[in-house]
Design a binder for this molecule. Structure first.
Ligand SMILES: Cc1ncc(C[n+]2csc(CCOP(=O)(O)OP(=O)(O)O)c2C)c(N)n1
Ligand code: SF4
Length: 491
């Protein structure tokens, strides 16, 4: 008998020790005979041979291979279930020079992440996805996957998958190769050494294409799962050969010469786009002026869709930003485009805003009666309610908060359009609180409202809101005489 030497070697792309395993740091967490270990080995070898270890980013999935980052000594990111292609897209776009590998099981990709994989492939993202198809959910104990064979038993199809009830297995390689953009799509199997060698070639080719700047590349690997299939490793390999190959034929489904597509959008970095680099002078953000006398303010603007509730909040937030405030704007609205209820919370503060939620506003701007009923009780003593009407509704219960009835819709109507009611309220709240300068409101309006006529009405509505509130405050002062405004009402 010839003498021979057994040589064991491990790809340098793998960590020397697998730290997760306390006493068995030389082995993986996979079951004996599992295909994941083989796929890992093929990928690691290809990364080493192509010399791209220092620029590879590996996106691991949720599934048995969730811990891939304990093995590959490359950049590692772990994506939420099914989201690997989306995460890989972002990584590749942010780091075009990197080699981005997405690794997914069949539950992860073909069930939960169906949308992500199809759209990433369709966009021709320059990433490589390795799809480990073991016809089952391994990690969670053997539920049916989209790739489960007809007749195959699983914990969720104990009678065996029935096409009439659970549909047919999804053929991901075939499906993706119907799309225009993918450059390379192949299905391989890990059932015997010959096929593993073909798989090795496919893995390498996909990564090589990516390294050469080609588009989307995809390799599906039919992989044994002896544990869930309740087979020995040998039986599992045989099962692939006898059952899976008939349903999932091996072969190259797409092998296109990559054609250079002119990028419609010039590729650039975020820093350049934001003009933070690239110029002669380093860009310095202008120092905000922090007018100390303006108070912090939490506002709830509420009404129905179409009243400009959200816009009013946005304008306040933008005014705050321009004045160097920390601001937040949190909108909330129903599915209806018009007439549904809508409200938004606005915080203007000298400190960072901890939470954009406003449970007890300093000011409630109630643009309709429903909102008044809904939110009035949240305004405590010292707070103010601005209500869009001439009087409070009949029999409205007494409140701790002070109330100013500002008939904003009526005022705006007289100026030419009820739509400007929100601007009347903006004027009123600025007059009430002195939280921000009036000039900033005009500056923001000028930037936001392009139509000159509308801008004019908005500005006049703002002034009218200020006037209305000023008269009411004056009237409410002890000893003062109520002015002649027929619109002023206080309670
Ligand atoms: C959104 C979401 N749904 C479900 C799960 C539970 N879950 C974790 S792993 C897994 C199955 C993974 O199966 P597969 O992708 O086939 O990989 P395998 O374990 O077979 O390698 C499921 C359903 C989850 N983590 N997140
Ligand atoms: S359950 Fe199956 S897929 Fe998961 S590690 Fe074990 S053999 Fe591999």
């Amino acid at each position: 008998m010839d003498e021979y030497t057994v040589i064991e070697s491990k790809s340098p792309v793998f960590y020397e020790k697998y730290d997760r395993k306390s006493d068995l740091q030389h082995q993986t967490h996979y079951c004996p005979g599992c295909g994941h270990g083989v796929v890992h080995k093929l990928i690691a070898e290809a990364i080493a041979d192509l010399g791209v270890q220092d620029r590879t980013i590996f996106v691991s999935p949720v599934g048995c291979s969730v811990f891939a980052y304990y093995y590959f000594d490359v950049g590692n990111v772990q994506a939420a279930h099914g989201r690997t292609p989306a995460v890989a897209t972002a990584l590749k776009r942010a780091h075009p020079h990197s080699i981005v590998i997405g690794y997914q099981g069949d539950g992860d990709m073909a069930a939960i992440g169906t949308a992500e994989i199809i759209h990433a492939a369709n966009r021709g993202e320059k990433i490589t996805i390795f799809f480990v198809n073991n016809a089952i959910y391994g990690m969670t104990g053997g539920q049916m996957a989209p790739t489960t064979l007809v007749g195959q038993e699983s914990t969720t199809s104990p009678w065996g998958r029935r096409a009439s009830n659970e549909g047919y297995p999804l053929h991901m390689a075939e499906l993706l190769s119907t799309l225009e953009a993918p450059v390379y799509v192949e299905r391989v199997a890990l059932n015997d050494n010959k096929n593993i060698m073909k798989a090795r070639k496919a893995v390498r080719k996909a990564l090589e294409l990516q390294r050469n700047g080609a588009g989307f590349t995809f390799v599906e690997l039919l992989s044994p799962c002896p544990t869930i299939w309740k087979m020995t490793p040998q039986e599992a390999r045989k099962w692939i050969e006898e059952k899976m190959l008939a349903v999932f034929p091996l072969g190259v489904y797409r092998d296109r010469k990559p054609t250079a597509v002119a990028d419609a959008v010039p590729q650039t970095t975020l820093a350049k786009l934001l003009e933070l680099e690239g110029g002669d002078e380093p860009k310095v953000c202008p120092k905000p002026t922090l007018p100390g006398e303006f108070p912090d303010l939490r506002v709830n603007v509420a009404g129905f869709g179409g009243q400009g509730v959200l816009l009013l909040g946005q304008i306040m937030a933008e005014m705050g930003m321009r004045e160097g405030r920390e601001v937040s704007w949190l909108p909330s609205y129903g599915p209806e485009m018009r007439s549904g209820s809508a409200h938004c919370y606005v915080c203007l503060s000298k400190q960072r805003v901890g939470s954009p939620l406003v449970e007890h506003p300093d000011v409630l701007i109630a643009l309709n009666e429903v909102s008044l009923h809904k939110f009035a009780n949240q305004v405590g003593a010292g707070g103010t309610i601005l209500y869009n009407h001439t009087t409070l509704p009949e029999g409205f219960p007494a409140l701790e908060a002070q109330v100013f009835c500002v008939p904003a819709a009526e005022i705006a109507d007289r100026l030419g359009t009820t739509k400007a009611a929100n601007m009347v309220m903006l004027g009123a709240v600025i007059e009430l609180t002195h939280a921000l300068p009036k000039e900033t409101a005009f500056a923001v309006l000028q930037a936001k409202v392009r139509n000159a006529k509308l801008l004019d009405v908005d500005c006049r509505a703002f002034e009218a809101g200020m006037d209305c509130l000023r008269q009411q405050i004056h009237a409410a002062l002890p000893g003062s005489v109520v002015g002649d405004s027929e619109l002023a009402h206080t309670r």
